[in-house]
Design a protein around this ligand. Structure first.
Ligand code: ZN
Length: 134
């Protein structure tokens, strides 16, 4: 990174942007944060419950605490999962992993959590810019 500060890039941002960065980078970074948060919260469920049960004890009136811990976990998972699975495509603004199938014999939401590209505009996952260079 040579002299990134002294150079006055007026309208030439694309030229100094490091590779891998693009107009959609911020959106993907946010998605990655939600994704990480989701898996962390998801994976912490059993260890978390084990911790609560060991701290409070199953028998000594700890049942309520465990119930509340599970409840909080479920709410957190729902909220974070909602943000993760309803991620808006950075290019077209539609839901990246969901699409409403309007064909008369379907009329239902298609949901592909592991979609490799946007279900609306086909933007590849993790693409930092549109496939067309100009
Ligand atoms: Zn899209």
């Amino acid at each position: 990174m040579a002299g990134g500060r002294g150079v006055r890039a007026r309208g030439h941002r694309a030229a100094v942007t490091p590779q891998g960065e693009g107009p959609y980078s911020t959106a993907w970074r946010r998605y990655r944060q939600w994704s990480w948060a989701f898996w962390i919260v998801f994976g912490l469920y059993l260890p978390g419950l084990a911790f609560v049960s060991r701290t409070l004890g199953w028998t000594r009136g700890g049942g309520n605490a465990i119930f509340y811990a599970a409840l909080v976990w479920m709410i957190a998972c729902t909220i974070i999962g909602y943000r993760k699975w309803n991620f808006g495509c950075p290019r077209c603004g539609e839901l990246f992993f969901r699409k409403f199938d309007a064909r008369p014999w379907r009329m239902s939401w298609q949901h592909n959590p592991f979609a490799r590209r946007c279900m609306h505009c086909g933007l590849p996952k993790w693409a930092t810019r549109g496939p067309d260079p100009r």
